[in-house]
Design a protein around this ligand. Sequence first.
Ligand SMILES: Cc1cc2nc3c(=O)[nH]c(=O)nc-3n(C[C@H](O)[C@H](O)[C@H](O)COP(=O)(O)O)c2cc1C
Length: 194
Amino acid sequence: MNEMIQKMKTRHAIRRFQDKPIEEELLDQILEAGLYAPSAGNNQYSRIVVCQDKEVNEKLGKINRYMQFKGNDPAKVAHSISNDQPSIQDDFTIMNGYYDAPCVLTIFTRKGPYAQSDGAMIAENIWLAAHFLGLGACYIGRTGEVFATEYGLEMRRKWGVPEDMEAVCNVILGYCEGPMPKEKPRKESRIIKV
Ligand SMILES: Cc1cc2nc3c(=O)[nH]c(=O)nc-3n(C[C@H](O)[C@H](O)[C@H](O)COP(=O)(O)O)c2cc1C
């Protein structure tokens, strides 16, 4: 199998991070990979906000976790995702939806039919680039809801994000704590060749 495809197969959702910052040079390479993602009609109308402020990330991460359960009992609504790298749905004691990652990216794209797709393209490029460079990453959802809260709105204003953009997703980044997780088997019959 092609070496790059093989490497893509070893990308995982990483949620346990070392308390160690990411070297600027590596971070810049990862962000550049994000900029080279395709966009609908080559609009390139996006912003990637890079936040390494612990306090801000923790506040937003707690709101993110809240948005997952919205006051419901997690035991009643959660489903198991990963034992190796537990998510907020696996371990209800995790109160930060950004998992205390040292670096949290928020991806903003132009409002409209391609907003989510453009954002996801950027996120996947970043996720793979991080993995190729020996870092761990994970896509995080509920971003639109988080940035519609008072604190989220305050942050995006402070960051200078244009008003015609929407927050579509987060990617958390850092060095993986502990061993890399095992490969999750992929379900069968998902390809229909006609
Ligand atoms: C659209 C999307 C949303 C996701 N949202 C979250 C999330 O909010 N929190 C989280 O911990 N993981 C999230 N994930 C990561 C998935 O749980 C993870 O990719 C999945 O369990 C498969 O594991 P793998 O990435 O290691 O193959 C998301 C992934 C995608 C593609």
